[in-house]
Design a protein. Structure first.
Length: 311
């Protein structure tokens, strides 16, 4: 079971340890390469493997007027790291004071960790005040100290025309509804967490296709408006589903909602926490001339979702 701490001081006497440094939003295939190389180095040195990261983006403190929507919650990040075999994660809270520390201060704090065996980071990793610290500075600082520093080149993908994989690119893909490509770069299906809330009941009372409405805290990226093949995790069990995101223009709604029809499911789950994973976009949102036309299209969407979920 992964151990979770909130400061570097908590791991000062951990013993032999390898550190992986980065924010790792989404833990995409590039991040996974960094983690895997850190795990290999830890195995070589018979050391524990620890990720040091922030619990929120530094930009949320430095530029709060421009919030960044993330690819995962803190709990999702912990789950993924645990699944990968990471022993420990340290979530540093980026206060103004913390972000004012120099790159030298940060490196000195790492050097104080007893039994530090190695450090692994991506080639674009920055740290310290004004992001002045770089991987080359880490290599130079720890040179001759018996501590291995491994700098991992950025991962590229033919899905991006050979460009580098990044959390920013994946956020844009999800915002464009390009879930299939985003999932391949993430290495798993994109997932959001929320609570089932009461909706308009049109799904049950009007179209005859009952749906659940998902409310999120707004911290993570929501895919663009449209209909998606999806999976929903309820009380530890995954169910096939189809999800509509948008304003339901057929009914002239104003608010943007996330409505999910769970295939072959008839339980009452209001107020329950659920996880919704997006598999593939089926179509964009359409304003239909009648409820009957909408209902007919929903049945077609369900058939397509079943094909996508069973492929």
């Amino acid at each position: 079971m992964i151990s979770v701490y909130s400061s570097v001081q908590s791991i000062m006497s951990m013993g032999p340890v390898v550190l992986a440094l980065g924010f790792f939003d989404g833990l995409h295939i590039g991040h996974q390469t960094v983690i895997q190389q850190a795990l290999q180095l830890a195995h070589e040195g018979e050391a524990r493997m620890c990720v040091i990261t922030f619990d929120i983006p530094p930009r949320a403190v430095l530029r709060p007027e421009h919030p960044v929507q993330l690819l995962e919650t803190r709990q999702e990040k912990i789950r993924k790291l645990d699944k990968m075999g990471v022993d420990t994660v340290v979530f540093i809270h980026p206060t103004v004071e913390v972000l004012s520390e120099t790159a030298e201060d940060f490196m000195q704090s790492l050097a104080g960790i007893s039994g530090l065996y190695g450090i692994v980071c991506g080639s674009n990793f920055t740290f310290g005040r004004h992001a002045a610290g770089s991987p080359s500075m880490l290599s130079a600082f720890f040179s001759g100290r018996g501590i291995k520093v491994k700098i991992v080149p950025l991962t590229t993908s033919p899905l991006l025309g050979g460009r580098e994989v990044s959390s920013t690119v994946i956020r844009k893909l999800i915002g464009q509804g390009r879930i299939g490509v985003a999932n391949q770069l993430l290495g798993e299906e994109y997932t959001i967490t929320g609570t089932v809330a009461h909706g308009f009941r049109r799904g049950h009372d009007v179209t005859g296709v009952p749906t659940v409405n998902l409310e999120t805290d707004g911290s993570c990226v929501i895919p663009s408006d449209g209909v998606y093949a999806s999976r929903i995790l309820i009380k530890g069990v995954t169910h096939a589903s189809i999800t509509n995101i948008g304003t339901n223009p057929t009914f002239g709604n104003q608010a943007r909602t996330i409505e999910t029809f769970i295939l072959d499911f008839h339980q009452e789950i209001y107020e329950k926490k659920v996880m919704l994973s997006f598999v593939e976009r089926i179509r964009g949102e359409i304003k239909f001339p009648s409820v009957e036309a909408l209902t007919t299209q929903i049945q077609r969407d369900v058939e397509m979702a079943e094909k996508l979920l069973n492929r």
